[in-house]
Design a protein around this ligand. Sequence first.
Ligand SMILES: [Zn+2]
Length: 285
Amino acid sequence: MRKEMLKICWTEIEAMDKEKTVVFIGIAPIEEHGRHLPLGVDIFETEHWMDDAMKQMEADFDDYTMIKMPMVPFGHANMKGIPGNIHLSQDMIYQITHAILNNLVSWGIKHMVVVSGHADPMHCIAIEQACDDVNKKAGIVAFAPMGAIFSDKVSGINKNASGKIENYINQFPNDYHAGWIETSCMMDIRPQLVNESYISQPDIIVSDKEMINPKCIMEKTKGFGHLGYPKHATRELGICLNQDTSEKICFCVSRFIKRKGYEPFVHHELYRIPFLRVKRSARRV
Ligand SMILES: [Zn+2]
């Protein structure tokens, strides 16, 4: 059974079997996404993937209640020089996530899943650390699979889609921001919000090395706001990409609820790099 948090009463929460209640929390920023996409791309994606994954899991977990929280519209999203970003520090994303999870723990909730459509590693890692720290005190209750999904730790779920997508990734790599990937996803989720001008946006090609240099990135994307190849987007690709992501979320979260085999998916690939993590002094440990 699926429920929306804003529409239930506290007495329902009190009466729920907490062993069989899963709360989904979406955290993604308001952020500029080029001249052809709205500020809410990451929020629309997060909500769409979450809804889809919840729908897919309903059959397997038919005696569970899945509660969706309203989207938290914040992120660590530092696209300087272009208006449209609500950018919070990594520490603050950690604090917000930690506070939400802690409150839910006090309700007695035993399964909490944090989803984000925002792929910035420092954003994902802050969320993962908030889960880690809550888990240290409350037992394993919180899980955030997107870092693992964005760093390709979950593969081969939707073979059909993966093949098509792989060709595109090889042809148009480093499609970091508002390029063919996000434009395609939005063509599936909210086609009316994709401006036709996507077709005339230039390819903005960046290397991995350039990507870690904010000055260089802002110079390259100046006046546009995207990084990648928006003009190559199609709705068909969007359907594949969205399905693929929802299935991966479903795959990881199902394992988490059963507490079996979810462990490889608790961290982003780059979690191992200390300077990308929230410092100990800012953490609630
Ligand atoms: Zn985005």
